[in-house]
Design a protein around this ligand. Structure first.
Ligand SMILES: Nc1ncnc2c1ncn2[C@@H]1O[C@H](COP(=O)(O)OP(=O)(O)OP(=O)(O)O)[C@@H](O)[C@H]1O
Length: 377
């Protein structure tokens, strides 16, 4: 008796591995079938090492071949266990009510990461999103100044019998900052795990309520502090801020690599080019590329990550930061338009990312519907 390989495959299409919906052939569990006269060898790959599932698969294969093809066939089943390829996952505990956590990072210090974070936050709030900023920049927390809430302190509120920190609020943005808990001028020399612990408290022991976006203003650099934060919080995606200058771009590249490395695996939503050019008020048509032209845009292309947009170097942006009223709040200005473009792109990238990856606790927003400002253009 010479067995026909096709008939064997047909028979195997009628059974499945325990716990899987598709039949063994369709699911890819059957890797190979070989026949030699009345002998047949079936190679199976299973995703689980569970003994009873292996045994059951072996018995089922033998039985179906004996029943449907040839009852005296000499069947040998080789089983290999291979864990399925790990999909990118969002790590950390679920945070009830917080739909997306977006980390804003820079690599190099002083490139305007906090300024961009503050302005994206107020723009999101203007678009109708519920927004919070968690200022995790332990070396120079600036959110309290940029939102003019330096003198305030988070109050304690009672939520379900537990005492929680109530974020300070201004311009429709809820804020918690390391700066609320350290004295001005106090150099905070924390190691990664300590900072991560403090941040964990500011997330899990705070009464944030419902948030569509929590923006996490990270310290500059790519040190162990970042690793600790990334690994302990369910970060939806990261935005990298850079100036077009080579030294900043080199660090921005390291920032992207940090998020993309296997142990962290946080999707990069895109790169923002800050201080893209200087335009003096008296010569609005003139653009001076002080730090180089389109450096961050080119970097985004090279690294195949989205480019979210550019912000010019403008005196009023610095001034508004210093007086505690983010520039994007001022309507009908080029800065407002620039931040709207970047924010819209960031939201779109968040939507794309949430559609592409399996839903996890941190991922909820899958459409921009209901938010007219986001779709405007
Ligand atoms: N596009 C811009 N035009 C003018 N000034 C800017 C611009 N972006 C940032 N600044 C100013 O540059 C300074 C540094 O900005 P910012 O504090 O946002 O940087 P950072 O990257 O967060 O710094 P750090 O490394 O300390 O966290 C601030 O005084 C800010 O007002």
């Amino acid at each position: 008796m010479k067995l026909d390989r096709k008939e064997i495959l047909k028979a195997l299409e009628t059974i499945s591995v325990a716990g899987e919906g598709n039949n063994m052939v369709e699911s890819g569990a059957v890797q190979n079938v070989m026949t030699f006269g009345d002998e047949v060898v079936v190679d199976l790959v299973l995703a689980t090492p569970a003994l009873h599932i292996k045994k059951r698969a072996e018995v089922d294969v033998m039985k179906v071949i004996h029943e449907k093809v040839y009852e005296k066939a000499k069947v040998k089943v080789n089983i290999k266990v291979e864990a399925p390829e790990k999909k990118p996952e969002i790590k950390g505990k679920a945070i009830p009510g917080i739909k997306n956590i977006v980390a804003v990072a820079s690599g190099k210090g002083g490139v305007g990461k906090s300024t961009v974070t503050a302005n994206i936050a107020v723009t999101l709030a203007k678009m109708g999103f519920k927004v919070g900023i968690l200022d995790a920049d332990i070396y120079g927390p600036s959110a309290p100044i940029m939102f003019d809430v330096e003198a305030e302190r988070p109050l304690s509120v009672n939520v379900d019998g537990k005492s929680k920190m109530k974020p300070v609020e201004n311009y429709g943005v809820k804020i918690l900052s390391i700066g609320f808990f350290t004295k001005p001028n106090q150099a905070v020399v924390w190691r990664g795990p300590m900072a991560a612990k403090a941040l964990n408290q500011m997330i899990f022991d705070a009464a944030w309520g419902e948030l569509d976006f929590m923006l996490l203003d990270l310290p500059p650099g790519t040190g162990d502090i970042h690793l600790s934060i990334m690994q302990s919080l369910p970060i939806t995606g990261a935005v990298i801020v850079s100036t077009p200058q080579n030294v900043a771009l080199a660090d921005a590249k390291k920032g992207v690599a940090m998020f993309q490395q296997e142990s962290i695996n946080v999707p990069v939503l895109g790169i923002v080019e800050n201080m893209a050019y200087f335009t003096p008020d008296e010569l609005p048509e003139n653009k001076y590329y002080i730090f180089g032209q389109e450096g961050a845009k080119n970097l985004a292309e090279d690294l195949k990550v989205p480019f979210l947009g550019e912000i010019p170097l403008v005196q009023s942006l610095r001034e508004s930061g210093d007086i505690g009223r983010p520039a994007a709040l001022q309507t009908a200005t080029p800065l407002e338009a620039a931040f709207e473009e970047i924010t819209r792109n960031m939201v779109q990238e968040t939507v794309n990312r949430n559609k592409q990856l399996p839903p996890t606790e941190a991922i909820k927003i899958t459409t921009m519907a209901g938010c007219s400002a986001v779709n405007k253009k």
